[in-house]
Design a protein around this ligand. Structure first.
Ligand code: UDP
Length: 194
């Protein structure tokens, strides 16, 4: 797997197909798959905040989310030509969960948004299980939320708190979580709630 560094932030030269072929491997080995969107904004945030940078470095899959990264790669003689949109990764994971009857947990966005996203997802992907949801505004202790997610039996956790909140939350807590697949998804719940 080829890695490029932009301001010391790693970006993997991977496609959606590469990501998808790794999913069953991580599930089978019960390893944590940390999927992170890399875009120019997060690169600048990582440049100012070492915790954000460390989380991206720890992530197993850092994909170039958006044309901005492709352009920067070209300007720096890099080899990243293909963008991978976060919403496409999430959609592909939902399809996989549907085919395999897996459980997902949605954390983040406004209460009505995450609820509507969950309703739409269960209509579109009837064979996956929505293990639980938690909006990103109601005050809830991290301890209680982690316990709730772990009790839920979710295989996949999608975190939509915006950057860098979502990256920092996962950086601090993924080791205590029992899910296998983690993705920071920005505004994707808003898209799916529409
Ligand atoms: N969000 C949240 N809690 C917060 C801040 C943001 O749940 O404290 C949610 C927001 O409602 C939206 C998502 O995070 O659903 C992404 O927000 P934004 O579009 O600002 O982030 P980006 O996609 O630009 O990373």
């Amino acid at each position: 797997k080829k890695v490029e560094y932009i301001l010391d932030v790693p970006v993997d030269r991977i496609s959606l197909t590469d990501i998808l072929s790794d999913v069953p491997v991580y599930l089978e080995n019960n390893d944590k798959m940390l999927l992170t969107s890399v875009n120019p904004q997060i690169v600048l945030m990582a440049d100012k905040d070492t915790q954000v940078k460390e989380y991206i470095k720890t992530s197993t899959h850092r994909f170039p989310d958006g044309i901005g990264l492709v352009k920067v790669s070209k300007l720096t003689d890099g080899d990243i030509h293909e963008r991978v949109a976060g919403i496409d990764v999430m959609t592909a994971l939902l399809e996989y969960a549907n085919q395999s009857g897996l459980a997902i947990f949605l954390y983040g966005a406004k209460p009505e948004v995450v609820e509507k996203a969950a309703v739409n997802i269960s209509k579109r992907y009837p064979r996956l299980r929505i293990a639980g949801t938690q909006d990103g505004y109601t005050a809830v202790s991290d301890e209680a939320l982690i316990a709730q997610i772990n009790r839920s039996g979710a295989h996949m956790l999608f975190v939509a708190l915006g950057s860098p909140k979502q990256e920092l939350w996962l950086a601090q807590h993924y080791q205590q979580l029992d899910c296998c697949i983690y993705q920071t998804v920005g505004g994707s719940f808003d898209v799916l709630s529409g």
